[in-house]
Write a protein that binds this ligand. Structure first.
Ligand SMILES: [Zn+2]
Length: 278
């Protein structure tokens, strides 16, 4: 559990699992074991006093849990403490309260949600773009570079701006991914059977045994070297459906910048999921 799960990597680039691990605290002592069953009438949440005010922590009882675990999910969801089925709530409370400074720090660094709305600034191909309305009903989304910076002009009624921009971003992601995949596929001499662009949360890209490559549309938000790395990584899986030395050698041949791209994803990947109301 503390080691990266090879299975995740086999099917793609697992980042959420790693991120969740970084944001996780485990109970360091022995498993609390008590004979009594939990009282079903008790409230299964804990309130902890943090510098920003009282914070509710959701309590989950897991049959398989042997230790208490506190984690902060990405986005706006409440922190979760997972405890063994029969652990008394007082033990969980003591554990959570002992972790208050850690919890406050994790909540403070958690990315805020950035909606796709007029006035917001989102990255596109790694560059900050301000979302503005054209004020016209018809037309297409257009990116413009000005002296004041990059602007994304979005047509349509205000209530449709988010949806129109999301549709456009996904189409841009597909165009970039198709171009990158075509370049790498030509080098390895094998094309994917299909290319899918999805809103995947757990993986940036994946390769199925039948040669279907799937990618997260959010890659278009990242610097181009990141999208290129994920495209090269999945194309390399068309030849080597594993993470053997041969796979990494092929990956490095296709994409000499892969180390920089992996580091970028590890450092900033989570931020991409806050865009568009993750
Ligand atoms: Zn892989």
């Amino acid at each position: 559990m503390d080691q990266p799960d090879e299975k995740d990597w086999y099917h793609g680039l697992s980042f959420l699992a790693r991120g969740a691990r970084e944001m996780t605290r485990r109970y360091a002592g022995r498993s609390p074991v008590v004979a009594a069953k939990p009282d079903p009438s008790q409230r299964e949440e804990i309130t902890v006093e943090l510098p920003d005010g009282p914070t509710v922590v959701e309590l989950r009882r897991a049959t398989r849990a042997r230790r208490m675990t506190l984690r902060v999910p990405p986005g706006g969801a409440a922190p979760i403490v997972t405890v063994p089925v029969r652990a008394p709530i007082s033990n969980a409370e003591r554990f959570v309260k002992g972790q208050a400074p850690w919890l406050a720090a994790r909540l403070a660094e958690r990315s805020p949600i950035v909606p796709l709305a007029v006035g917001e600034v989102i990255p596109l191909r790694g560059e900050a773009h301000e979302i503005r309305a054209t004020g016209r009903v018809r037309g297409t989304v257009a990116a413009e570079s000005t002296d004041e910076g990059h602007i994304l002009w979005v047509p349509g009624a205000p209530e449709h701006i988010g949806r129109r921009l999301a549709t456009w971003l996904k189409a841009e992601a597909r165009a970039d991914l198709e171009a990158a995949v075509a370049i790498h596929a030509a080098v390895v001499g094998k094309r994917p059977s299909m290319l899918k662009v999805k809103d995947t949360r757990a993986q940036w890209g994946s390769c199925s045994p039948s040669g279907v490559l799937s990618f997260s549309w959010r890659l278009v938000l990242a610097p181009p070297l990141v999208l290129n790395y994920v495209a090269a990584h999945e194309v390399a899986h068309l030849i080597e459906l594993n993470h053997s030395a041969a796979f990494w050698a092929l990956n490095a041949k296709l994409d000499p910048n892969h180390e920089a791209a992996r580091l970028w994803l590890k450092t900033h990947g989570r931020m991409l999921h806050a865009i568009g109301g993750a």
